[in-house]
Design a protein around this ligand. Structure first.
Ligand code: UD1
Length: 418
């Protein structure tokens, strides 16, 4: 099993190219089930989650081939086979095949994903949305069995904003008969990207980027080519890498407007962030100021950046407070950061961070994707050696992280453990 070994203390400097967005490309690839044919995707990140999804799509008759950052998909022979537990359990985003399969074939069988490292993560809202479009849902030995041919337009009122449920609902509604209105729709850039892609395929969606979406179902869609938007979470992680190492980094290939909340939070800690050329430049401040922040649906501060910003605040001069409103249990990184000298107290969905003057390297274990990014960030600045094990979590969502960080001056290596 691979681990990342980091010798802390290097100041990061230089340019880094941000990859395509994991959370945008996953639903978008599932949308190819909606119309048979050939698709070309550019700026596709080389990530384990993308490979896993291509494996899942292969079991549904969809072929893919890759050349660098270009992914070619042929969904001509797509079939509504069951999405099996062995793939779904490794990646919750697999549930995104539900809406497209149901809309196109009138039937879908998708294994129920189950919990994840930081909590139960239900999919009830996905299922309610399918029911609102006329589907009948049955749970059959751990597998969701959804039927409804054809789907019809409906009213979907989400009680809370859900990225996944919104994506699934939109992908089902585009081929339903009649009009669908989705209220309290997620407004994350990744959802807008899905809607833009569906529009290019011939879907009729009004209100993209707003919390109410109106979809006029069409009888048929057609393939389209697509360039994946930049990954705002990877970008935010590199901003923290710059801030925590006292560095000076230039991030390229980003969409600055997607990063507003992250930039604002990191600026409040004392770093300078400015637009420069076609990217942004971060220059770390001389010290880190404590801040209070809470995670919120977009355009608020992303839960996927919570662990990384917490790592920066470990070294702030004073007390910071973090409130996690999206996933109240998402604090798996806390005990590992504490092993490196972090002083963090968790009370319910709130974490209080008392700044310390330094961190020390230690063997630590990655528990999930963003938690592992937080451990790598802590390792960059900790005295001595940090070894982050179970690095497969980080490979799910960060492309060539050790190469990118080493290119900026970090002392980081991938090691294979017996
Ligand atoms: C997506 C992202 C994930 C990110 C999260 C929140 C992908 C592949 N994953 O996950 O990286 O952390 O958005 O920005 O894009 N909920 C329900 N019932 C449901 C669905 C969700 O109660 O059926 C709740 C969740 O428990 C959570 C909240 O809704 O409290 C938001 O979750 P959601 O936006 O759905 O997260 P995901 O789409 O799973």
């Amino acid at each position: 099993m691979d681990a990342l070994r980091i010798e802390g203390g290097a100041r990061l400097e230089g340019r880094v190219k941000i990859s395509g967005s994991k959370n945008a490309v996953l639903p978008i690839l599932c949308a190819t089930l909606l119309a048979p044919g050939n698709y070309r995707f550019d700026n596709v990140p080389l990530l384990r989650d993308v490979t896993t999804l291509c494996s899942l799509l292969r079991t549904l008759g969809v072929r893919s081939s890759r050349e660098g950052e270009t992914l070619l998909i042929d969904s001509t022979a797509a079939v509504p086979n069951e999405a099996h537990y062995d793939l779904v359990r490794t990646m919750r985003a697999s549930v995104y095949v539900l809406g497209p399969l149901l809309a196109r074939f009138g039937h879908a069988r998708v294994s129920l994903p189950g919990g994840c490292a930081w909590g139960p993560r239900p999919i009830d809202l996905h299922l309610k949305a399918m029911e609102a479009l006329g589907a009948t849902i049955r749970l059959d030995h751990g597998t969701i069995d959804a039927a409804g041919a054809p789907l019809h337009g409906g009213e979907i009122d989400f009680p809370i904003s859900s990225v996944g449920a919104t994506g699934n609902a939109v992908m089902a509604a585009v081929l339903a008969e009649g009009e669908t209105v989705i209220r309290n729709a997620a407004r994350e850039p990744e959802i807008n990207a899905v809607c833009d892609f569906l529009t290019d395929m011939g879907a009729k969606i009004k209100g993209i980027g707003e919390s109410e979406l109106t979809i006029e179902g069409v009888s048929e869609l057609h393939p389209a080519d697509h360039v994946v938007i930049p990954d705002r979470i990877e970008a935010g992680t590199y901003l923290v890498a710059g801030a925590i190492t006292g560095g000076d980094l230039h991030l390229q290939g980003i969409e600055e407007s997607h990063l507003t909340a992250t930039i604002e939070a990191i600026q409040r800690t004392g770093s300078q962030i400015e637009t420069e050329g076609e990217g942004i430049r971060i220059r770390a401040g001389s010290e880190i100021s404590p801040v209070r922040f809470e995670t919120r649906p977009y355009p608020g501060f992303a839960t996927d950046m919570q662990a990384q910003l917490m790592t920066l605040l470990l070294l702030a001069r004073g007390t910071s407070e973090i409130v996690e409103t999206i996933f109240p249990d998402r604090f798996k990184h806390v005990p590992e950061l504490a092993r490196m000298g972090g002083d963090i107290r968790v009370e319910g969905n709130r974490a209080v961070v008392e700044g310390v003057s330094s961190l020390t390297g230690a063997p630590v274990m990655a528990s999930d994707l963003r938690a592992s990014a937080a451990l790598v960030l802590a390792g960059l600045v900790a005295g001595g050696t940090t070894e982050v094990t179970r690095v497969y979590h980080i490979d799910r969502g960060y492309e060539r992280i050790e190469e990118k960080l080493a290119g900026l001056g970090a002392r980081i290596w991938r090691v294979t453990q017996a």
